[in-house]
Design a protein around this ligand. Sequence first.
Ligand code: NAP
Length: 330
Amino acid sequence: MGTTDAGRHAQVVVVGSGPAGLTAAIYSARANLRPLVLAGEPSSTSDQPGGQLMLTTEVENFPGFVDGILGPELMQRFEEQAARFGADIVRRRVTRVDLSERPFRLWTSDSAGQEESVPDVSADCLIVATGARSLMLGVPGEDRLLGHGVSTCATCDGFFFRGQEIAVVGGGDSAIEEAVFLTRFASKVTIIHRRKELRASKIMQDRAFANERIDFRWNTVVVEVLGASKLEALRVRDTTSGEESLMELAGLFVAIGHEPNTALFQGQLELAANGYLVTHGGSSTSVDGVFACGDVQDHVYRQAITAAGSGCMAAIDAERWLESSKHRRP
Ligand code: NAP
């Protein structure tokens, strides 16, 4: 793409290239809609092409892969499948959109961050699959050991910690839910929370307090994640005494919340109070002709398979909408 392709038009433009976006691309490509996928830009952490699975090692819960598959390899396969049916997958970031009239207009930027001065893509119909990102602690070692002992998804990675001692950081419902789930595998789960009280709902708190495998480390923050090639220990600080100590652990689950990638659509699409895109009647958004799928509109399930399923829904909704809008247009 770039200036030479300025003014490029597609019937269906998919923004995002995680399981939701690429499934939407596979389905719309097989419906002969020749979708253009704006996949994101590799040097960016917020719109990583391939989505959150690119930050995962082994994926064992995606149906069809009996022996599991590496997250990046799974996304490579999604991409090849979409390309095989004619989806055009372009590594660019969308920096701005105008959804006020059709065709919708999009501005993109290249790896140098150079934004097109004029909208360089237009679309009859838009599928938003920009995903969400886990909030991270931002401490040394965390990024390096993500997928090597540090995880953001208990459902995905809990199984790898059978019989081992692990920790969960956070004090909300997610942290408690993850911790309780993880006791199915781990011998002990320590919840590390920066305050003395949990934010989680009373029922979740009761569940955690009643669980013999769950321990609490109150008024504590993680200051460093340690380990050569996999997580071996955490350096933590007591926020009341300021004292630092080491906790030897095999795993750390960061559960301090998620943030949907919806900044592009603020003021143009209806967002829920928690920032996620609102969808209704399948994958429709508040703007006719704009559909959304995957984690950008799902704060509940957040799984690759549910994202892929909703990508399929968005493609079918888009196809039907294009078909019916043919008759509506002047
Ligand atoms: P949340 O409610 O915002 O809780 C985030 C937790 O992480 C808080 O305890 C917060 O500490 C802590 N935290 C935030 N930043 C931190 C940092 N930099 N370092 C250390 N700790 C940090 O997020 P959530 O638990 O993901 O829940 C989000 C929403 O989904 C909530 O409305 C929740 O009720 C809902 N949810 C419901 C269920 C369920 O009902 N089964 C399950 C999951 C989520 P502080 O408490 O000190 O602020």
